[in-house]
Design a protein around this ligand. Structure first.
Ligand code: HEM
Length: 547
């Protein structure tokens, strides 16, 4: 079913697309007709409440004919917006820096370079603001202003190519490195390494920081050589170990605690005897995700999940590789299309049942499991849907900008998900509910779908709700109402009226939701943000997941 739609209040149908859509795969860009008003006309008609930052001065009146709808039309017109005639061209930083003029403007965001020349006059923040980011890596600036904006979709047709990466030790200058660290991982945060041993085991520890939300990639190169990479936001810390003697693969355990930031890797020795030391290691650091690096995965199985979605399980081709994603991060799956490579972002779903086992012991980190909605005309999903066991695919390293540490201060958290936008939320449930400090009091998921048949993980969500009274899942269906017929004013789509009771002023301050995470198609995300803005919710306490 490729035309599943989610309607917004007073809006035309918007396609229910996977939450994290990478730029290259946008075949036709559609947004609800209400969106242009929210995005473009707030300043010009004197209604300043639609500001992304809540600061009305930032928003610009756009010239007539430069609305969001006009931009979408231009995107779908076949015009060569990237200026590369559809080719994907890797871009060096030097090359990027050359395109820093208003009539020749390129910008890199999360390792992808976009030609924003034609977007200039359509940018709701104005030309001057957009110019602040051109000719360089603008990831940090972009996130500071509006991390929730779905740039991969808006700029899909402007994609020039990946930003050629630079290894810190060899190519990147200090100035380049300084520009890159994202807000969530200060450059100075370097994991502290330690180790202990028993007769049979060697345990390696990497201490990051509370809520640093590390990711880990492990590769055994030979019996004694082990590569450990610790991901902290966009910084990768590399450790090449030459161990004292051989170890057995796979490791006995890989435990990653998002709360303490501690990584514990338990390795079994090939020979049971004390070692004089663990061996030796060399450490280095790369700044920014190694965009070019792809991991080879093989299809374990691809099976029917519900009427329009399927489950895809992938295992690493390299048998001696383990990958643990930071919470709330995704992987981009790459497939060939018309002689080019097309990527789309998907968040793997947890392997083990919710709360069934300790979060830290990942059951099978060398395989990744995805739930994917199938769009008949979707370039990526229709290819993935046809995969058979043994088929090969390439995945990027984990990507994302979710700042888990930001949630530490909040005990009442609201999750707003639509359709396949559930997947990043699933990755949050356990780390939040199992949090020891500032224990969560209320975690509520509003899950928007068209019909009952579209709901993913209904039973598991119900089971979690029964096992933990702090968690509540509410299904909101736009085309059928569960159990009882709709009352005349019942809202089945995201809007301020629907959310208002959750933020009732009468509730004591300490019991109101103080943090909101959102994930769904662009129209849903925009409407959710707009509703929160109208309810005067602090937008710095909102995260919108996107690719
Ligand atoms: C990195 C340089 C950029 C800067 C400094 C910047 C700045 C701004 C500012 C100041 C606003 C007005 C915020 C407000 O509502 O108060 C804005 C809005 C917006 N910008 Fe940008 N921008 C940048 C890049 C981009 C890019 C690359 C896109 C492309 C997708 C984009 C899309 C938008 C959209 C859609 C809005 C309206 C958001 C909303 O109302 O929620 N911006 N920008």
């Amino acid at each position: 079913m490729g035309d599943s739609t989610l309607k917004l209040p007073g809006a035309a149908a918007a396609p229910l697309k996977p939450p994290a859509v990478a730029a290259l795969s946008v075949s036709s860009l559609q947004l609800p007709s209400s969106a242009p008003q929210k995005l473009t006309s707030a300043a010009s008609n004197g209604n300043v409440s639609g500001s992304a930052t809540g600061n009305p001065r930032n928003k610009c009146a756009l010239k007539p004919g430069y609305s969001l709808m006009s931009w979408i039309r231009l995107c779908n017109s076949g015009a060569d917006l990237s200026g590369t005639a559809g080719r994907v061209v890797p871009v060096s930083r030097t090359e990027l820096a050359r395109h820093n003029q208003v009539n020749d403007a390129w910008m890199a965001i999360r390792g992808k370079v976009f030609n924003v020349t034609r977007y200039m006059d359509y940018h709701p923040g104005g030309v001057d603001e957009l110019m602040r980011g051109v000719g360089r890596d603008a990831t940090k600036l972009f996130d500071e202003v509006h991390a929730w904006v779905n740039y991969p979709q808006l700029l899909g047709k402007c994609y020039v190519g990946p930003l050629k990466d630079t290894v810190a030790s060899k190519k990147a200058t200090d100035a380049e490195l300084l520009r890159l660290p994202p807000p969530s991982a200060p450059a100075e945060l370097k994991p502290r390494f330690d180790w202990i041993q028993q007769r049979r085991e060697l345990t390696l520890y990497f201490y990051t920081r509370r809520w640093a939300n590390p990711g880990v990639l492990l590769k055994r190169k030979t019996a004694e050589e082990l590569e450990v990479r610790v991901q902290l936001a966009e910084i990768w810390h590399l450790y090449n170990f030459k161990l004292h003697s051989g170890i057995i693969w796979p490791p006995k355990a890989l435990r990653v605690s998002p709360e303490t930031g501690k990584i514990e890797l338990v390795l079994s020795k090939q020979e049971e005897q004390p070692w004089s030391s663990y061996g030796s290691h060399e450490a280095s650091k790369t700044s920014g995700a190694p965009e070019e690096e792809l991991l080879d995965f093989m299809v374990q199985h691809c099976s029917h999940f519900n009427h329009d979605s399927f489950e895809l399980c992938l295992e690493s081709v390299e048998q001696e590789l383990l990958l643990h994603l930071p919470v709330g991060y995704h992987l981009d799956i790459e497939v060939p299309h018309n002689g080019e490579r097309v990527q789309r972002s998907y968040t793997p779903v947890p392997h083990n049942c919710l709360l069934a086992e300790a979060y830290s012991s990942s059951s099978s980190p060398n395989s990744q499991r995805f739930l994917i909605k199938h769009y008949e005309n979707g370039i990526v999903s229709s290819q993935l849907n046809q995969l058979e066991s043994g088929g090969n695919l390439q995945l990027t390293l984990p990507r994302g900008n979710f700042n888990l540490a930001q949630l530490e201060a909040h005990r009442h958290i609201l999750l707003l998900a639509a359709g396949s936008g559930l997947t990043p939320m699933l990755s949050l449930l356990r780390p939040l509910l199992e949090r020891h400090t500032n224990r969560i009091e209320r975690l509520q998921l509003l899950y928007f779908n068209k019909t009952q048949a579209d709901i993913w993980w209904k039973d598991k969500l119900l089971a979690l709700q029964s096992s933990d009274e702090r968690f509540l899942c509410q299904h909101i269906l736009s085309q059928e109402v569960e159990e009882q017929p709709p009352t005349p004013n019942q809202n089945t789509r995201i809007c301020p009226e629907l959310l208002a009771p959750l933020f009732e002023q009468q509730q004591p301050l300490g019991e109101r939701f103080s943090y909101v995470a959102i994930c769904g198609p662009t129209g849903f995300n925009t409407a959710a943000l707009d509703s929160l803005r109208r309810l005067e919710f602090k937008l710095t306490n909102v995260h919108v997941f996107q690719g």
